[in-house]
Design a protein around this ligand. Structure first.
Ligand code: AKG
Length: 263
């Protein structure tokens, strides 16, 4: 790994997040964009949120804005050979290994779209991902055992609601942000951030080009604004953690469903 690529390691430890530019090439990203559009179209066939074992499509029905939208798809690797390949790509391992070691498992896979028109439901209130872990006690070292990796499929800009992060917020412990309800409920009010000891002016916009990868941890305060532009923002998130031999780790995304023949 080159020095430039290794910079992400120190940046992640120091600031709770990092960005790796150009992990996948523009040619590769064209194929990923086409696959993302195909998966979106597949999701649109469902009139309401749909789940089949680990695969989930979160649907915003016509009653919301007169047209159906897809907001998220989970575990697309189950039916998309391309996303199956990407989640195991050696370049992703090269990014993760200096942070998590070589023995890594993936506990979640999601694509987040922000279709123009679904504006009011495309913001993610600021939060720390620890809130989604069922068994918070099994994470001994919260920042070093589990990392999110978000691949920009479309350009992610301030206008279309790119990821926003509070640098160094991982050093402040769990702050309880947005614990009062769902995170896709508009944006976090400044007074909520100030009460948690965060200066709203210090949030940074993580603008990304297709093929860039952003990393953040379980304690990194992050969220994103609604999409007020005319362009979608597809973002593919893989959540990786250290493989460990503790008995019975049990996270919400980790409940593997068995096929009917027991496979
Ligand atoms: O897609 C986004 O902008 C936000 C993602 C996020 O907050 C998360 O995955 O925890």
């Amino acid at each position: 790994m080159s020095g430039a690529q290794q910079d992400h390691v120190q940046h992640y430890w120091d600031h709770g997040y990092a960005v790796i530019r150009g992990l996948l090439s523009p040619d590769e990203m064209q194929a990923v964009q086409a696959e993302s559009r195909r998966i979106y179209a597949e999701g649109l066939k469902h009139h309401a949120t749909y789940r089949d074992r680990n695969v989930l499509f979160e649907i915003l029905p016509e009653s919301f804005a007169g047209q159906r939208y897809v907001l998220q798809a989970h575990w697309v690797a189950w039916f998309s050979p391309l996303f199956e390949k990407i989640r195991r790509d050696p370049r992703v391992l090269a990014v993760m290994a200096p942070l998590l070691g070589q023995d890594i498992k993936q506990v979640a896979q999601q694509i987040h779209w922000k279709p123009p028109g679904a504006t009011r439901r495309t913001g993610y209130r600021f939060h720390q991902d620890l809130r989604f872990r069922d068994r918070q006690d099994v994470y001994e070292d919260l920042m070093t055992s589990y990392i999110n990796a978000g691949l920009a499929i479309d350009p992610a800009t301030t206008a279309n609601g790119c990821l926003r992060i509070f640098p160094n917020s991982h050093q402040r412990g769990y702050l309880g942000l947005s614990d009062d309800g769902p995170i896709m409920k508009g944006s976090t009010q400044d007074h909520e951030l100030i009460a948690a000891g965060l200066d709203p002016a210090t949030a940074v916009d993580i603008e990304l080009a297709p093929g860039d990868l952003a990393l953040w941890g379980l304690l990194t305060v992050h969220g994103s604004n609604a999409n007020h532009s005319t362009k979608d923002r597809a973002f593919a998130i893989c959540k990786y953690e250290q493989l460990h031999d503790k008995p019975g780790p049990f996270y919400s995304e980790d409940r593997w469903f068995e096929s009917e023949d027991g496979g």
